[in-house]
Ligand binder design. Structure first.
Ligand code: RAM
Length: 335
């Protein structure tokens, strides 16, 4: 009698597992971002939650109070102790996180870097938002158009250790060596550390030390919005041009009033969504994380795993979009 009942329960359980395979696996995927209070990462989080709802894994979102690697290391240590299955990380420093992420990988945790990379030794895969060279070069081309290829420009970045901003800046420097920029001069690179007030104050510092400044490139959503506010507060709209990488929702008012003619970005919701799909595919064994494999990324279709040029492997999300007065209304409510 007892045996029969056990058998029935067993068959029932098996049927359930077969009907809802994703739920039965019960994976936990944690996203660790650069810092708290950054709307860019809130959008990434929405993408992660969307993937979690579709695939049925548990999703954890964590951010250090300020964008430091120390804060991220602490969070990752705790996630290892908690035995999560995968960690998605946008790193504040590509090298400082390697030891803790190696520890995670040694314990069988899948590590997918996204947005701001980790050295290949510290992750299985990287989700690259868009061609780094293109992003760097296009920001120089955009500011050059705005200032008629003449005058002083500066870069207001995030922190000096963040891989994404540093790679983009290195491509900006390359682009600036072309003859068409002969009459433009890069007079400084400053760091607002992806903190609003610090970025705002760095912008004020540039206005003070460089009275002839004609343009600023800010390749960070936090820095860009803070610089736009500083330009407005100082009555410098029309005198100091501004471009960079920004969220249409944060930049809409500045694009509408002409403080910035145009900005660029990719879709951060998709970034969170696709990185979650990549980690999940590793966990289910759908992919091993090898070059040439095709990974299914839900509503975004399929992507191929390719060499990233630095000895690691990556998946490319897509191309960046440009936002200006013609399309800002369409995007201002999306992210
Ligand atoms: C900030 C972060 C992020 C970057 C965007 C453009 O939100 O630094 O890493 O990708 O800007």
């Amino acid at each position: 009698m007892m045996k029969k009942r056990l058998l029935v329960v067993g068959i029932l359980l098996l049927t359930l597992v077969m009907a809802f395979p994703a739920y039965a696996q019960d994976f936990t995927i944690a996203m660790v971002v650069k810092g708290a209070g950054n709307p860019f990462f809130e959008a990434c989080r929405r993408g992660g939650e969307e993937a979690a709802a579709e695939l049925g894994f548990n999703f954890i979102f964590q951010a250090p109070a300020t964008p430091t690697s120390e804060g991220q290391i602490e969070l990752i240590d705790a996630l290892i102790a908690q035995q999560v299955d995968a960690i998605l990380v946008s790193a504040n420093d590509p090298d400082a996180l390697v030891p803790v992420l190696r520890r995670a990988m040694d314990r069988g945790i899948t590590v997918v870097a996204f947005d701001s990379g980790v050295a290949p030794a510290g992750r299985h895969l990287f989700l690259n938002q868009a061609d780094m060279e293109l992003i760097g070069r296009m920001q120089v081309q955009m500011i050059a158009e705005m200032i008629d290829y003449e005058g002083e420009i500066a870069i207001l970045s995030a922190t000096s250790t963040m891989a994404n901003q540093n790679v983009w800046i290195s491509w900006m420097l390359q682009e600036l060596t072309k003859p068409e920029y002969e009459k433009m001069e890069l007079v400084g690179i400053v760091y607002g550390d992806d903190l609003r007030e610090k970025s705002y104050n760095e912008a004020l510092g540039l206005f003070r030390s460089r009275p002839n400044l004609r343009g600023i490139i800010s390749p960070t959503t936090v820095g860009l919005a803070a610089t736009a506010r500083a330009i407005e507060d100082q009555g410098l709209s029309g005198k100091v041009a501004l471009t960079g990488l920004g969220l249409p929702s944060e930049m809409a008012e500045y694009i509408r009033n002409g403080t910035s003619e145009a900005i660029a970005l990719w879709n951060p919701i998709d970034l969170g969504y696709v990185s979650s799909y990549m980690a999940h595919a590793m966990l289910t064994g759908a992919i091993k994380g090898e070059a040439g494999e095709i990974v299914n990324v839900g509503r975004m279709g399929e992507r191929e795993i390719v060499a990233d040029g630095s000895g690691g492997l990556e998946v490319l999300l897509g191309a960046p979009f440009v936002f200006d007065i013609n399309n800002i209304d369409e995007w201002a409510d999306v992210y």
